[in-house]
Design a protein around this ligand. Sequence first.
Ligand SMILES: [Zn+2]
Length: 313
Amino acid sequence: MPGAHRLLLVFADGVGLGAMEERNPFVSVPTPALRALLGAPLVAERATARTSGEPPVALAALDAVLGVAGLPQSGTGQTTLFTGVNAQAALGRHVPALPGPRLRALISEHGLLARLVADGRAVTFANAYGAAYAERLRSGEGRPSATSWTVAAAGLPFRTLEDLARGEALPWDVTGESFALRAGIDVPVATAEVAGERLARLAGAHDFTLYETFLTDVAGHARWGVTPEMAVRRLDGLLAGLLAARAPDLTVLLTSDHGNLEEPWHRRHTTNPVPLLAVGPAAAAFAGLTRLDEVAPRARAVLGGEVDAAAPS
Ligand SMILES: [Zn+2]
């Protein structure tokens, strides 16, 4: 039945499912929240088509390469995730970072957030932006990410630093520390757990909430002074706060566009599958997915009451 579920999609750029080995930071860095959910680190070996626990938890391994030669990249990967269209196959290659006209056209036509808005869902984007970035978006200058295009195509507002100060938005780096350093501005800083509680509150007031962190991809590329340990700890802390404050009807989804952080011994993306972690009453509806382009249509179907979220389909 429509309205029975809420979804929160935590999109963490550059997180693949690596092997159970010490040099994988998801194995070497303490991740109490992930381990409590999975009974294991976030690794490929843990993925299964079944759910377990209460609330139900599922970990699917999604193919992010999708039949296209080369290493998966953010421009096409995010477009695929947020449209349900295999963008890398449509373009015949993996496109990095910022989408050009063809990817933007795909997002305009198939963007998940715009579809959900048209379906009558209450949709929000949790990220906070500084005034300069918001102005560039408004004026059409610069080239926003696929995520930003997806938000803009749905006509949704971008939250501001004032929202962040009120605890009604999150910075891209979870805590605000890297955001402040990078932007050279004063940004309120909160622990990852508090950020997670704030995200749970936003998600509890909407049918679909999107939050994006690219801290994980930055760490995988060894940029901006962000280490793999920082990224993994903040992601786990975010989940801890989020799950502690999760409303009973909220299903939390964590996924990515391509692998990177799980192999910090090199600085390239990987062809590893990406995780689709689902926690909450609709988890089973996501348990059997195997491809990145299946997430958006399944999310829409769950919110529309078109799939039995209590059983894999
Ligand atoms: Zn990257």
